[in-house]
Ligand binder design. Sequence first.
Ligand SMILES: [Zn+2]
Length: 437
Amino acid sequence: MGHLEEEILHRTRDLERAVLEEAAQKKADQAPPTCPVCGNKLSRVTQGHERSYQTRFGVVRIRRLRGWCRRCKCWRFPADDLLGLAEAGSCSPGVQEMAALAASKLPVGEASAVIERLTGVKLPRATLDREARRQGRKAEGKRQQMDQQMSQGGGAAQPVPELRLKPAVEPFTLVIELDAWNIRERNEEQWGRTQALRQRGEEPEWWHWVYGGTCFRLSQRVEKSGGRSVILSRGTVMTRGGTDALKQQLWAEAMRQGLAQAQDVLVIADAAVWIWNLVGDRFAGARQRLDPWHALQHLWAVAHALHPEDEAAAAAWIKPLKDKLLESQAAEVIDELDSVIKSLRGSRRETVRAQRNYLENNRERLDYRGAEARGEPLGSGAMESTCKQYQVRFHRSGQFWTTAGDEALMCLETFWRNARWSLLFPHVPADFDPSRN
Ligand SMILES: [Zn+2]
């Protein structure tokens, strides 16, 4: 049947192309000779200005009228606006979407081959790359506009559908998880140095932080058979633009997920200082929790200081303390570390003291027993696994990104994940949600 499928595809393709060309031409012919920006009547109008587009069915040519807008002082093609092609390059909206989706999932060369094989559309690497970046910048612009609208109190239409309903939903806890990871980038300012390094046979690498957060209502976290939990609905942000950019994006996303309605807000993260600064600044009053895996790393540091050569002894030492930590008995763990410190001298003493102080400083964030009783996630695993999924794309070997390029592609990926793809591509059904697949 495969051969039949191929053959039918080839035979109908030109027909589809012709149908699209005719329909688009008809629509273009309906464009009035007025400026699509200011509404002014156009002068010096001439017909038949041809432009061609790469579409799903091959190249389509459209003739449009052109006129001079005296008010805007520029030439206008009203048909381009009517067809949604005003800011387009040579790609139709369907192909723009293809480029954006494929390039945010795959390296460009592969994306180009996959698109050609699956759809028959030939998008050379350079065209695909240019189009994907253009769509990425468009997505960044959209995000900026939405976040700004939210911060100015005009985002009433943005929350997830359940939260827009009246009367208000039942009291709920909003969970926010934060994390960061590294991305490898090519830094344009250091491009000269790059060449010098390459000549010495060294591969230059620059690592930069990517900050992310995810928010969801606790009721959206459900246990699947087998004990694995899934989050049915959530909003994620991911940015290469520093902690200030994260703060702005995360707050807007938390608002979409119910920050203003939440009875209770819980933030879970590792102990990085920037995280708790951000939380204190933007989510003051939220309960805070330290991811238990990160907390345990500090007990392991003590275990290894006490039993440097003996892994079994280290594991035996940590066992009762680990149980106490997870039972919300942090005070007893700290007491235990205090008595250990008394028996030590020199650098080992300092190591243990540092870990003890770390736990002391995070004491209010260690209520794991309470978390379990309330059915909350103990740690920030949901965010960590989201970061890993982004890393699969952005860490692919041989990939070097520029700051602007990776922020744009990451922004596309985030619109996709948050089921907001139709905000970028209006022909996509508004209820399309890739997480349901
Ligand atoms: Zn005008």
